[in-house]
Write a protein that binds this ligand. Structure first.
Ligand code: GLC
Ligand code: CA
Length: 577
């Protein structure tokens, strides 16, 4: 067997073996009874995470922020929002995690700041401010009743409405790809980069283990900021083509890597909307003797997810397409880079509702888990996914918290859509579904807090919670634990090459992980129909784990004899060579 010289000769990086867990701190666990999750709440649950088998935690922003986008609008990178605690609490969290062998990565939000950040306040003050050019200011004219839009161009914000905000004080507009309280930093200005790199150093010297790098594919804008073609004559035009993974971004990314990341031995995961399997290597190739490689250790790609989607998602999953996308990523990075594997995060509705069937919750959750978790890459679990948390049923439009949902409601109402239609849409796609409090037990407020939490609690918490699932060997939580343990104790599940089986089967996602001494076969039925699995049974070997529970009792699977997979069945086989 020939080994790719760039990878297998090196010892396996710790983060390749790791299982990662994402925390949305506002909704994880409240220890001081103000209804808001806090840093001490993360510390309090470290034993839970260690017991689950987690090695790496990514925590969403807990910096000072006016909370327009729940912390993704930062007003001081080096201060902690008092809702969450203090810097000392963060130091304590880092050391308490490290004691348990768990590493911590933080969210690095450097495409934009809050409009309340001192840099922006200074920038906004006057046209000759030394920080004027730290943000993106352009001329336009003052909006009036006759001429309501005279923005510098026709770009639509990712959070709906114009991407420009008029600022009376200096009679210019500033660019904000996200909310108007998130002005974009100007990455063409070297001072901006130096200020950001200095801040990154400060955090790394505090002992954190790396970063998830927010919205980083948006830092380069189309030079000249031209308007988009507008054949439909829309007010604003979806502008991703002119600010997402735009040519020229590489130079900024390499500076970030060389000047801020390389001096430290850390792990980095870029959020890379718009990066496709074809250009992935620019982002995540491992360095070789001849090539400096990419920028991040891994990226979150979005090709298999609908990010910022406004479309009704009640069309069933196109499994053949889903397999094609994920397999392209697996193949493109084989021996050259590393995947970050995920189905959920704080920007997505819950995966059971999006990809499977919430009426068969156990089977759906465990089949989805088996399917994505054992692909080649580092698996990420989003808080609550490990207990099969599902979407909330919102009953009125004022219940939504997310700034992007609120802007969408305004936009669709103006376009004449009924409240009922907008509610139905958001009940499927809203980011708020994943931001409800974590469900720890069946007590009031799901054991998240003793007081009314900052946000609604999912109606189903009495049936879906950690405490109950810890007691039950056939729970979703127990299944996740087994999956994590299986991957931890079998390096072949970390290094084995991915090979898709049955590419055109519309119901079955089956693949192998082929290593030197072992071949794993993972078979999942991701459909509500019973399906025959057309795989040579001699290839399978021993059944290591399956999700065949009936009335909460594990039943012996007769899959090998029948090769019939019930709806949302999952089987994991291993064969020694
Ligand atoms: C990223 C974050 C999202 C945030 C946005 C703006 O996509 O994941 O939650 O709203 O960036 O910072
Ligand atoms: Ca609190």
């Amino acid at each position: 067997m020939t080994l790719a010289p760039n990878m297998h000769s090196k010892p396996l990086a710790w983060w390749k073996k790791a299982t990662a867990y994402q925390i949305y701190p506002r909704s994880f666990y409240d220890t001081n009874q103000d209804g808001i999750g806090d840093i001490n709440g993360i510390i309090a649950k470290l034993d839970y995470l260690a017991d689950l088998g987690i090695d790496l935690i990514w925590i969403c922003p807990f910096y000072a922020s006016p909370n327009d986008d729940n912390g993704y609008d930062i007003s001081d990178y080096q201060a902690i929002h008092p809702d969450f605690g203090t810097l000392e609490d963060v130091d304590e969290l880092i050391s308490a995690a490290h004691k348990r062998g768990i590493r911590i990565i933080m969210d690095l939000v450097i495409n934009h700041t809050s409009d309340e950040h001192p840099w922006f306040i200074e920038s906004r003050d006057n046209k000759n401010s030394p920080k004027r050019d730290w943000y993106i200011w352009r001329d336009g004219c003052e909006p009036t009743a006759e001429k309501p839009t005279c923005d510098p161009n026709n770009w639509e914000s990712i959070f709906h409405g114009s991407a420009w905000e008029y600022d009376k004080k200096t009679a210019q507009y500033y660019l904000h790809l996200f909310s108007k309280k998130q002005p974009d930093l100007n990455w063409e200005n070297p001072e901006v980069k130096q200020a950001l790199f200095k801040m990154i150093y400060w955090w790394l010297e505090r002992g954190i283990d790396g970063f998830r790098v927010d919205a980083i594919s948006h830092i380069q804008k189309q030079p000249g900021l031209p308007s988009l073609p507008n054949p439909k004559g829309e007010k604003y035009v979806s502008s991703f083509d002119y600010h997402m993974n735009v040519a020229g971004i590489e130079k900024h990314l390499h500076e970030l890597k060389e000047q801020a990341f390389d001096p430290f031995n850390i792990v980095t995961v870029g959020e890379a909307n718009g990066v496709t399997a074809d250009n992935a290597l620019l982002w995540v190739a491992e360095a070789t003797e001849h090539d400096q490689g990419g920028v991040f250790n891994m990226i979150f790609q979005f090709e298999h997810m609908k990010l910022w989607s406004e479309e009704q998602s009640n069309v069933p999953l196109d499994l053949v397409e889903f397999k094609r996308i994920l397999s392209r990523w697996q193949d493109a990075l084989e021996g050259k880079g590393w995947n970050a594997l995920y189905l959920e995060n704080h920007d997505q509705a819950r995966s059971i509702d999006t990809f499977a069937d919430p009426t068969s919750r156990y089977a759906s959750a465990t089949a989805l888990a088996s399917c994505y978790f054992l692909m080649k890459g580092t698996p990420f679990i989003y808080q609550g996914q490990e207990i099969g948390m599902v979407n909330h049923q919102f009953t009125s439009l004022d219940e939504f918290n997310d700034v992007s949902a609120r802007n969408l409601i305004q936009k669709l109402s103006q376009q004449g859509q009924s409240d009922a239609d907008i509610l139905a849409l958001l009940n499927q796609v809203s980011r708020d579904h994943s931001r409800l409090p974590m469900q720890w037990n069946a007590q009031d407020f799901a054991g998240f807090s003793e007081v009314q939490p900052w946000f609604s609690v999912n109606q189903q918490y009495a049936d879906i919670n950690v405490e109950q699932q810890q007691k039950d060997p056939n729970s979703i939580l127990s299944f996740y634990k087994q999956l994590i343990a299986l991957r931890k104790s079998n390096v072949s599940l970390v290094v084995g090459r991915y090979q898709l089986l049955l590419p055109n089967d519309p119901n079955i996602y089956a693949y192998q992980r082929v290593a030197q001494d072992m071949t794993w076969t993972i078979i999942t039925n991701l459909s509500p129909q019973e399906s025959i699995v057309d795989i040579d049974r001699m290839q399978l070997g021993e059944l290591m784990l399956d999700n065949q529970n009936i009335n909460n009792e594990h039943v012996r699977s007769d899959f090998i004899a029948t090769q019939i997979a019930p709806p949302y069945a999952a089987y994991i086989f291993a064969r020694k060579h």
